[in-house]
Design a protein around this ligand. Structure first.
Ligand code: VGL
Ligand code: ZN
Length: 254
């Protein structure tokens, strides 16, 4: 689903969105790209952001950007998109993948295994990755252009040697909490807007866990990039549809 016009429907019914032209007033129609009378145009909608909304920016770190140890194709392109969207939010939370060197998800820590092969652990199947986001290394730092000053919380995840954590809420055993769920509840936040890297892993599992915990969830597709292992981007979109996770484009925030 890619409504593209910012209409977000969920279990509580449609969210209130305003046409951009209306919100800005008639004088601004040029800037919104509306065509002259008689010509066709695509109406653009603006998402109204409230203080119950939070932007969750997932793993915008050097190792997931071009030149990084686990580079997501065009990963760095999420940076200007997230910076732009973030201007609209009063609540911004960042996650940071933060592994010890001897982490169980690193292929070099398993004799005879190559990156992107899988192993079975007590919590299920685990993909083996190249070493990435090692605690304290430059690869684990946020992209230098990510505007982080207004973020109120940084959640580090994947710091236990024996367990990976794709989701910002629960580690890969689906039980061990990161603490973010408590933060979201205590702050009485209601809608989680998710962006970042990678769409088909950490963004996906964060969005799914937030939805399962009862939040309205909106994934900002243009502010994400995927790894795409064995059709994982397609299965991510299918999962979002099935779970009532909304997917919108960047134009909803301009
Ligand atoms: C991620 C694989 C391993 C991600 C993190 O941020 O999507 N993917 N660690
Ligand atoms: Zn990782």
């Amino acid at each position: 689903m890619h409504p593209g016009n910012g209409q977000v429907t969920n279990s509580r019914g449609p969210r209130k969105v305003l046409p951009v032209a209306k919100q800005r007033g008639k004088a601004d129609t040029k800037r919104t790209g509306l065509a002259p009378a008689g010509k066709t145009y695509r109406t653009r909608w603006a998402m109204k952001i409230s203080d119950r909304d939070v932007l969750l920016a997932i793993d915008v770190q050097n190792d997931f950007c071009s030149g990084g140890a686990l580079a997501v194709p065009s990963g760095e392109k999420v940076v200007p998109a997230i910076n732009r969207i973030a201007q609209r939010f009063g609540n911004i939370v960042l996650t940071q993948d933060w592994h010890p060197r001897d982490h169980v998800s690193f292929a070099p820590n398993h004799a005879g295994k190559q990156p992107f092969q899988t192993i079975e652990l007590d919590y299920g199947t685990q993909v083996l990755w190249p070493m990435h986001c090692v605690q304290g290394t430059s690869g684990a730092e946020f992209h230098r252009d990510l505007d982080i000053v207004r973020a109120s919380l940084v959640v580090r995840k994947g710091f236990r040697r024996g367990i990976d954590s794709y989701s910002a809420l629960f580690e890969n055993d689906k039980k061990t909490p990161t603490g973010l769920l408590g933060y979201l509840r205590e702050r009485e936040l209601k809608t989680v807007f998710v962006a970042g890297l990678a769409l088909d892993f950490c963004v996906r599992f964060s969005a799914e866990d937030a939805r399962a915990a009862g939040f309205d969830v909106v994934v900002i597709e243009d502010a994400c990039r995927g790894i795409d292992l064995d059709g994982s981007v397609a299965s991510t979109h299918q999962s979002f549809r099935q779970r009532g996770i909304s997917v919108v484009g960047l134009e909803a925030f301009l």
